[in-house]
Design a protein around this ligand. Structure first.
Ligand code: PMP
Ligand code: GLN
Length: 378
């Protein structure tokens, strides 16, 4: 058989989590919390099961949940997405991203991404015959250069994918960035996929500049979001997509034959939980405290860092420690020092290795203390 994705190997998250468990290492690699979701949410989901919501949900998702999303997005970003035609509930953001790409990318279309880039964009683009063009974001700030983006646009460019707050760097796109994007997308009639899974995990004085805040931009954008990230239950694989009706129609043509619909009782439970906006409004502070707790513990280590502005990831520069490659160093840290991280070069395929590891601080304070003790000893 001729492989459709000949260069794709097992994802780094699977590789590092497996290595962590084999070597009994603390797992700060794959991004997931090691504490539980709010018991109130867990109770709301079990109640939905007991109440009999155990058969297929509507294809677009539970209407109550779509209405809560409508209210949230209107309150936070001032944009009204019609719950009946512009919102679809998906199996995590991953399925939303795959579906948006499947619905729009034709053979030969070019898609601009920003490297380091989350790993699920490129394989999906390739599967549908598209070609990625990566714009490099550079340390220490990882901010986009829109001049470079403009130069990368050709007659074949179909889409730009952005991700803010950005995994793995924790950088956050500014209002100016979004306005630049809006100008370029309008000028060249491009689609945009705005991966906003960390919209609620944002720190200090940063403001999440959702594509929904920019009217012209929102008219050509799929926004993807993840409840797993927001409410500490990545294993539930629940997310959603927002898009104007013409784009959402195409999205749903793929969605209905991909999964048709997603987990019904989890949707019911989330709809109930989201009636209280403090549930998502409290998330930035919760994670900012974790970031500060962790960074304060490792401030005297040999690792150098710029505090993450968003996401639950922190990049650590280890160039004062060794000039080994990040893959070799991540392996050594896991096997010898019992701490698993993500080597960032895997998100950066054609580019230089910046000697950066990514660690996840969505962990109990006890785990963060243990991790800090290891990092301080290196
Ligand atoms: N995009 C980014 C940038 C991510 O970090 C992740 C990882 N969770 C996803 C998308 C996928 O989200 P989900 O787990 O909801 O599929
Ligand atoms: N998004 C998570 C991360 O960046 C991983 C999700 C996955 O394992 N696919 O670590």
């Amino acid at each position: 058989m001729i492989s459709k994705l000949p260069n794709v190997t097992t994802s780094i998250f699977t590789v590092m989590s497996k290595m962590a468990s084999e070597y009994g290492a603390l797992n700060l690699s794959q991004g997931f919390p090691n504490f539980e979701s709010d018991p109130v949410l867990i109770e709301a989901v079990s109640k939905a099961m007991k109440d009999g919501f155990n058969q297929y949900a509507p294809m677009q998702g539970d209407l109550g949940l779509r209405e809560r999303i409508y209210e949230k997005v209107q309150t936070l970003y001032g944009k009204k997405y019609n719950p009946t035609s512009e919102i679809t509930i998906t199996a995590g953001a991953t399925q939303a991203i795959f579906t948006a790409i499947a619905a729009t990318i034709h053979k030969g279309d070019e898609v601009i991404i920003f490297a380091p880039a989350y790993d699920c964009y490129e394989p999906a683009i390739k599967l549908f015959g598209g070609v990625t063009k990566a714009i490099q974001l550079k340390p220490p700030f990882y901010t986009p250069n829109w001049g470079e983006v403009a130069q990368a646009i050709s007659a074949n460019t179909k889409m730009i994918i952005i991700n803010s707050p950005h995994n793995p760097s924790g950088t956050v796109f500014s209002e100016k960035d979004m306005l630049q994007l809006q100008i370029l997308a309008d000028k060249h009639n491009l689609l945009v996929l705005s991966d906003e899974v960390y919209e609620h995990i944002i720190f200090d004085t940063e403001i999440h500049q959702s594509a929904a805040r920019f009217e012209a931009l929102s008219q050509r954008t799929f926004i993807t979001a993840s409840f797993g990230k927001t409410f500490h239950n990545t294993g539930w694989k629940m997310g959603y997509c927002l898009a104007p009706e013409n784009l959402m129609k195409e999205f749903q043509k793929v969605h209905q034959y991909n999964v048709f619909c997603v987990n019904h009782p989890v949707q019911k439970g989330l709809a109930n939980y989201l009636e209280n906006p403090s549930r998502f409004l409290s998330i930035p502070n919760f994670y900012e405290e974790k970031r500060d707790f962790f960074l304060n513990l490792i401030k005297d280590s040999k690792f150098q860092f710029m505090p993450s502005k968003g996401t639950y990831f922190q990049l650590l520069d280890y160039s004062k420690i060794t000039d080994e490659s990040d893959i070799a160093f991540a392996e050594k840290l896991t096997k010898e020092f019992k701490l698993a991280s993500i080597p960032t070069s895997v998100f950066n395929k054609n580019q230089a290795d910046f000697k950066q590891l990514r660690v996840c601080f969505a962990k109990t304070n006890e785990t963060l203390q243990q991790a800090a003790a290891i990092l301080n000893n290196i």
